[in-house]
Design a protein. Structure first.
Length: 300
C-alpha cells in the first residue's frame, strides 16, 4: 500500500452507539427505581412506638438506665447486672414495634436466672433519638455492643439475642462485633426482609425484585462463626416456621434448632406464655453452646 495515500478510517456504527447509550439509560433508570423503592419501603417499614413506663425496678429488680451515642443520636438502654460479675451476660436486640418497657419482665426473668442483660432501643424507638434506617440500626448495635462489653469485663461469656426483626439486625452486625460474642440466639427470625415486605403488604409480589435484599438472613447466617441457637414456634402467625428451617440449613457454625408448639409470635414478651422460650435460651446460654448431639439437625 502506498504510504502516501490517506488511510480510510471506519466510522463507528451509530446504531451500536445508540444501543449502548439506550442500555446504559435503562440500567441507570433501574438503579434509580430500586433506590427509590428501597427508600420508600425503608421509611414505611419501621413501627416505632413511644416510650413506655415499666422498668425492671417495678418488678423488684434494680436496673441502671443508660444513654449511649450512635453517630450523634442519643439512644436509651436498660442494664440489669447480677451479683456475680463472672456470670454470663446477654445483649438483646428487640423486634419492630417494641421498646424497652416491653422487655422489663424479660430482664427480671434473666436476673432471676443469674444472667446479666442489656436491652437498648434503636434510633427512633422509645425515647431514642433519630429515625431508623438499616444502616443506623447496624451502627446502633455496634455502639450498644461496645457499651455492653465495657459493662461486662469479667463475664464468663457474652451472648447476643435477636428477636424477630432484631435477628436480622444481629446477623447484619455480627461480623463486626468486637470482641466476638460467645454465641448468638435467633428468636422468631425471618430468612429474608424482602420476603417479609411482601408478606406484610409493603411491596406487591410482582415488584419484589425491585427491592434490594439487604437483610438476607440465609446469607448473613452463613457468615457467622459462633455457635447458634435458633428458636421458633410452629404456631408463629407472623414468621413461618419454614424460615427457621432455612436459617438452620444455611448456617455453617455449630447450631441448634428448637421448634416450640403453640406459642404466638410475641409469646416471649408475655410472662404467662414465655417460659418455654426462655427456659430454652437460658439453658443454652448457661451451657454455652449446643449439645454435640443437637449441633447439626435442621429437621422440622
Amino acid at each position: 500500500m502506498d504510504p502516501r495515500l490517506p488511510v480510510r478510517r471506519r466510522k463507528p456504527d451509530r446504531r451500536v452507539a445508540r444501543g449502548i447509550a439506550w442500555l446504559a439509560g435503562v440500567v441507570a433508570l433501574l438503579v434509580l427505581v430500586r433506590s427509590v423503592v428501597f427508600v420508600a419501603v425503608e421509611y414505611a417499614a419501621f413501627d416505632t412506638p413511644p416510650p413506655g413506663a415499666l422498668r425492671p425496678d417495678a418488678l423488684g429488680v434494680p436496673s441502671q438506665p443508660q444513654v449511649l451515642s450512635s453517630d450523634g443520636r442519643r439512644l436509651r438502654a436498660s442494664w440489669v447486672p447480677v451479683d456475680d460479675p463472672r456470670a454470663p451476660a446477654l445483649l438483646v436486640l428487640h423486634g419492630d414495634g417494641e421498646e424497652l418497657s416491653q422487655w422489663a419482665s424479660v430482664q427480671a426473668r434473666l436476673h432471676a436466672a443469674g444472667i446479666a442483660s442489656y436491652v437498648f432501643d434503636y434510633s427512633g424507638y422509645g425515647a431514642s433519638e433519630g429515625r431508623p434506617t438499616l444502616a443506623r440500626l447496624r451502627q446502633d448495635t455496634l455502639e450498644a455492643w461496645a457499651r455492653f462489653v465495657a459493662l461486662t469485663p469479667q463475664a464468663a461469656g457474652r451472648f447476643a439475642l435477636g428477636f424477630s426483626m432484631g435477628s436480622a439486625v444481629l446477623l447484619d452486625a455480627a461480623p463486626l462485633l468486637e470482641p466476638a460474642p460467645k454465641g448468638l440466639v435467633l428468636g422468631a427470625g425471618f430468612a429474608s426482609a424482602r420476603e417479609m415486605a411482601v408478606r406484610v403488604g409493603l411491596v406487591p409480589r410482582w415488584a419484589a425484585w425491585l427491592l434490594p435484599d439487604l437483610w438476607n438472613g440465609e446469607r448473613g447466617i452463613a457468615q457467622v462463626a459462633q455457635p447458634l441457637l435458633i428458636v421458633h414456634s410452629r404456631a408463629d402467625e407472623d414468621v413461618p416456621v419454614g424460615d427457621a428451617l432455612r436459617l438452620c440449613q444455611a448456617a455453617r457454625a455449630p447450631r441448634q434448632l428448637l421448634l416450640l408448639d403453640g406459642l404466638t409470635h410475641d409469646a416471649p414478651l408475655e410472662p404467662a406464655q414465655s417460659a418455654p422460650f426462655w427456659d430454652a435460651v437460658l439453658g443454652w446460654v448457661k451451657q454455652e453452646g449446643p449439645a454435640p448431639s443437637q449441633a447439626d439437625g435442621c429437621e422440622g
